[in-house]
Design a protein around this ligand. Structure first.
Ligand SMILES: [Zn+2]
Length: 254
């Protein structure tokens, strides 16, 4: 049996890139087909009917035709454009960071419905919450779990002993927390406070409604952000581009 020439899918637009005079190449994340790129023809023309439905960070319903290399989007309809997100630059930045992580961490054409659902839920959550950073930490910890990089937060990744309730250390190369004794062998690991460890465990083990009720101060928020950034950069072996943009936004808003 040959594959059908046209097919339908839901998708979230993760990235876009101009192609030629009026076209775009979109990177899409879908519930059942994973990540792939497709061509949207003519969408940069002012009169394009599809253009408005294919903006970055839009959840849409698409009809595609098989192309020689990339498939071609023939119809599109917006399911959700997450409007409240777009009216706030900081939340837009957080959402772009989440989309970039999904784009960077996933391989083409590998289905992972849980990642699709997590990203979709995160975009809805970022549209509603004031506590976007906590929502993002929740996203990161769950994304890492779905990708097989769940950090170990209960036992030392060096000697396997149960972690004592005190300051410990986070080892990106070890994929989790190190006790002070094992830290001697890994001086590059980062300090993690007792509260930092408690919050990470809570975010890793709770559902979102429970996790979102947590309130953490700014120092703790920065500590967790820094730990997650280091760990994610270590796994990806490259920078996440939107981090620089988020840092600049934060400086301007301070
Ligand atoms: Zn140890």
């Amino acid at each position: 049996m040959t594959a059908p020439k046209v097919y339908k899918t839901e998708a979230i637009v993760l990235k876009h890139m101009n192609l030629g005079e009026a076209d775009k190449i979109l990177t899409l994340y879908t519930p059942n087909l994973g990540k792939f790129s497709a061509i949207a023809k003519g969408v940069r023309r002012p009169k394009s009917k599809m253009g408005g439905h294919l903006e970055l960070l839009t959840q849409c319903s698409l009809m595609l035709a098989r192309g020689q290399n990339l498939d071609i989007i023939t119809q599109s309809e917006t399911i959700s454009s997450f409007l409240p997100l777009r009216s706030d630059l900081w939340h837009t930045g957080l959402a772009l960071y989440a989309a970039e992580l999904v784009a960077q961490f996933t391989a083409e054409n590998v289905e992972n419905y849980r990642i699709y659902k997590l990203l979709l839920d995160t975009l809805h959550r970022l549209s509603k919450t004031d506590n976007g950073e906590l929502t993002l930490r929740y996203f990161e910890l769950n994304l890492l779990t779905h990708l097989g990089y769940k950090p170990e937060l209960h036992h030392c990744v060096g000697c396997k002993s149960s972690l004592e309730p005190r300051g410990n250390f986070f080892s990106s190369s070890g994929g989790g927390v190190l006790c002070p004794a094992c830290r001697e062998k890994e001086p590059l690991s980062q300090p993690v406070s007792l509260n930092g460890l408690k919050v990470m465990r809570f975010l890793q083990e709770s559902d979102y409604p429970k996790a979102s009720r947590l309130s953490i101060n700014q120092d703790l928020s920065r500590e967790l952000e820094s730990l997650m950034r280091h760990y994610i950069r270590y796994i990806l072996e490259r920078e996440v581009k939107s981090v620089a943009w988020l840092d600049r936004l934060r400086r301007e808003q301070a």
